[in-house]
Design a protein around this ligand. Structure first.
Ligand code: S3P
Length: 749
């Protein structure tokens, strides 16, 4: 006898009154169980070809009841199709007459294009409440007996909503999956099918094929008897349901064929390398693969095509007061780290780098060069070994190069890539996607490059390969080291001389490092020039500690009473020391010692002690020399006696955030009023810094600046959206804590 189809009354209003699951296998059953356990649904009913499975489902407590498709769909506000992909059309035909217009229809199939096609075939179009879904979870077991309420915990569920999706419905479905323990992502249908073809379907195909090949060998019993753990791990998925997988391959045919072709080509390459005893080729593939495997989770979370609906933002919680003491070394310089990878990759020979910044920005640069075929070992505790491919040795990347949060990377890459024989595309995160790129695209076009941007000169940048570049003279309208470096790098490939005039001195790491690699850069007052066609010779690079990261501690120790802090091995390139000059003008007590030059860059140790700071008019020529340090200098100004005025700093508005406005808003949130001007800010020091909640707008330097502000605050400061601190300063929270900042990092909702 079938159990009662009536809904059980529920204590509070459920998210869904009735969930109808069609197909009670491993996934359908596990979702039913997890949904019931979440307490968010009224009742879960199922339909299946097998009455035994349904009865077992009730007996095991997986479902509340069952019926035919028409019986369970009528009155359901969520219908989940969990049948093998190729049975979808028949199921849709059976349920169509009974589906309430307000019901959400979803599925759990591994291919999404086929589901969309099936819905279009049966319904005519995809309504706003049809939301295809795919939980990336499973096991090689099947049937309702294998159902587990925790199957989706810590797993991802990809929803591929249509453009016209009903947002409330999407939210409701996402909430259910989240309550089942899953992390919900959204993706475009075709992208989903391509990604899954590569990450799931191909590995299953290889596992099936490998086991089949070995099973057909003469000595098969011997082979399986002695199979090592690696074989077992690698082929576990060959025990999966053959019918389901046969459906998946036939439904995702095009995407799977594409990735099989890539793989076949690569496998043939490895075969050939072994045959030819080409150890370098093997090493190149294996180190690249190992690094990719090690950075897997980071790479996945950084991928531009994924929107993580439940990504937990990082928040800093800061208790007021404290003093700063200790002897520390902050991580490596970001600008120099980027450049070490770029020039090392293009050099002839092996470049060793020490002190490399293992932050997300420079790691994105490193990964992008790996994507262009460069073998890079590490980073291993700041050590990186780059096997240079020479000026002409880069290979076409297979997809867009994702550069995360880094404007520097995107602008310098555009110069390098404009001259390559292959097309390329540069993408980045939300913040980078809003930043202006015409400042490099325009002069590069004048050199002969072909570059497309999105509207308003924003990323992505699409760069056409195979262009011959000619040297130009460029008078930079803004003082930008990124623009200068971009053009000099393009100039290495251009015919004749490329020269760049800067309206004010900007950081010259590119010029110094080029010289270090044996490439002459001519310097004539404010103009730097290179002649194209030369080569770079590999060398050793010692990356100093980043003065931009040291800046937070220079201000922290200055404003917090009773502080005495030593910072070691800080980069003191005169084009970067604006922060020290400005702080000294304000009365800071900074002692510079042990000055030396390492690998073409000046370095020193700094000792900083608390001092009463005074407001100043910041000289405009210091602006480019302290361009990244203004957020924390604003905190110094707020703690100083008297007025600080900044002018000529409109560039701050196009950094990772509009740093003038975002800092002014943050200061206001903690009780400090400022006057914002188009090109700067006026800050009257001495106003009490109260507690409050600050939005960093995902800008690493804003987040760290307000961590410093807590030292002079009277109440708790909470800074939201701090995950990007990892782009430039990995380990910031730990280092800040050990020097005396009362900081806690939390994952928020
Ligand atoms: C950088 C140059 C500066 C700076 C950035 C790093 C570089 O940008 O703000 O953080 O490494 O060349 P601009 O050139 O846009 O001023």
């Amino acid at each position: 006898m079938k159990p009662d189809l009536q809904a059980q009354p529920s204590a509070r209003k459920p998210l869904f009154r009735r969930v109808a699951v069609i197909g009670l296998g491993l996934i359908g059953g596990s979702l039913a169980l997890a949904a019931k356990r979440s307490g968010l649904v009224g009742e879960v009913l199922a339909a299946d070809r097998s009455d035994e499975e349904l009865a077992l489902g009730v007996e095991l407590g997986v479902i509340d009841g069952y019926g035919t498709v028409s019986e369970i769909v009528a009155g359901a506000d969520l219908v989940v199709i969990a049948v093998p992909v190729r049975a979808t059309v028949a199921v849709l035909q059976a349920l169509q007459p009974h589906l309430a217009p307000t019901a959400i229809l979803t599925d759990v199939g591994s291919t999404k294009g086929s589901f969309v096609k099936a819905v279009q075939e049966v319904f005519g179009d995809l309504g706003p409440r049809v939301i295809p879904g795919h939980p990336i979870a499973g096991s090689e077991k099947s049937g309702v007996r294998a159902a587990r309420g925790d199957l989706f915990e810590d797993h991802k569920v990809i929803l591929t909503p249509p453009d016209n999706v009903d947002e409330a419905a999407l939210e409701q479905l996402a909430r259910l999956w989240t309550a089942c323990g899953a992390t919900v992502l959204t993706m475009e249908v075709n992208r989903h099918d391509e990604v899954l073809a590569a990450t799931s379907h191909l590995p299953h195909l290889i596992a099936f094929s490998l086991v089949d090949t070995l099973a057909g060998e003469d000595q098969n019993m011997e082979i399986f008897r002695y199979a090592a753990g690696g074989f077992r791990d690698f082929t576990r998925i060959a025990a999966s349901d053959p019918v389901m997988w046969h459906d998946i391959f036939l439904s995702n045919r095009e995407a799977v064929l594409r990735v099989i072709d890539h793989f076949t080509e690569d496998l043939a390459g490895l075969r050939q390398a072994i045959e030819a005893q080409d150890g370098a080729a093997l090493l190149r593939v294996f180190t690249r693969a190992r690094a990719a495997r090690n950075h897997f989770s980071k790479m996945l979370s950084g991928q531009a095509y994924v929107t993580d609906m439940s990504q937990k933002p990082v928040r800093f919680r800061l208790q007021p007061g404290g003093s700063i003491n200790g002897d520390i070394r902050v991580p490596g310089d970001k600008s120099i780290s980027h450049r070490s990878i770029m020039l090392g990759a293009l050099a002839e020979g092996v470049t060793e780098v020490d002190g490399f910044l293992e932050g997300e920005d420079s790691l994105a640069t490193l990964q992008a060069f790996r994507d262009m075929g460069v073998t890079i070992e590490g980073p291993d505790d700041g050590h990186v070994r780059i096997h240079g491919v020479g000026m002409g040795g880069l290979q076409a990347p297979r997809g867009p190069l994702y550069l995360g949060n880094s404007g520097t990377a995107m602008r310098l890459f555009s110069g390098l890539l404009a001259a390559q024989p292959f097309d390329s595309e540069l993408t980045g995160d939300d913040s980078l996607s809003r930043r202006p790129m015409n400042r490099v695209a325009d002069p590069l076009r004048a050199m002969g490059a072909v570059i497309d941007t999105a509207e308003g000169g924003r990323p992505p940048l699409k760069i056409r390969g195979g262009r011959k570049l000619s040297g130009i003279h460029y008078d930079m309208p803004v003082a930008s080291a990124q623009v200068k470096s971009c053009l000099l790098l393009a100039g290495l490939y251009a015919e004749g001389m490329t020269s760049v005039h800067e309206p004010a001195p900007t950081r010259d790491h590119t010029e110094r490092m080029l010289e270090g690699f044996g490439y002459h850069v001519h310097r004539d007052a404010a103009t730097a020039s290179v002649i194209g066609g030369g080569k770079l010779t590999a060398g050793h690079i010692d990356v100093p500690a980043d003065i931009s990261s040291a800046a937070f501690f220079l201000v922290a120790a200055s404003i917090a009473e009773g502080s005495d802090l030593t910072l070691r091995h800080v980069g003191m390139n005169p084009t970067r020391t604006g922060v020290i000059n400005i702080l000294k003008m304000m009365g800071a007590d900074i002692e510079v010692s042990n000055e030396r030059e390492i690998g073409g860059e000046p370095v020193a140790d700094l000792r900083v002690r608390s001092a009463q700071l005074s407001g100043i008019d910041i000289p405009e020529e210091q602006v480019p020399l302290a361009i990244d340090e203004f957020p924390v200098l604003f905190i110094a100004a707020a703690c100083a006696e008297g007025r600080t005025v900044l002018r000529g700093a409109e560039e701050l508005r196009v950094k990772e955030s509009d740093r003038i406005q975002v800092m002014a808003d943050g200061l206001r949130a903690v009780g400090v009023e400022t006057t914002v001007t188009p090109d700067g800010i006026i800050i009257d020091g001495g106003q009490a810094i109260a507690g409050g909640e600050v939005d960093s707008h995902g800008d690493h330097r804003i987040a760290m600046s307000f961590a410093v502000a807590s030292l002079c605050a009277t109440g708790e400061i909470v800074v939201n959206d701090c995950a990007n601190v990892a782009t430039s300063f990995p380990g910031f929270v730990e280092l800040a804590t050990c020097t005396g900042i009362r900081i806690q990092s939390e994952e928020g909702e």
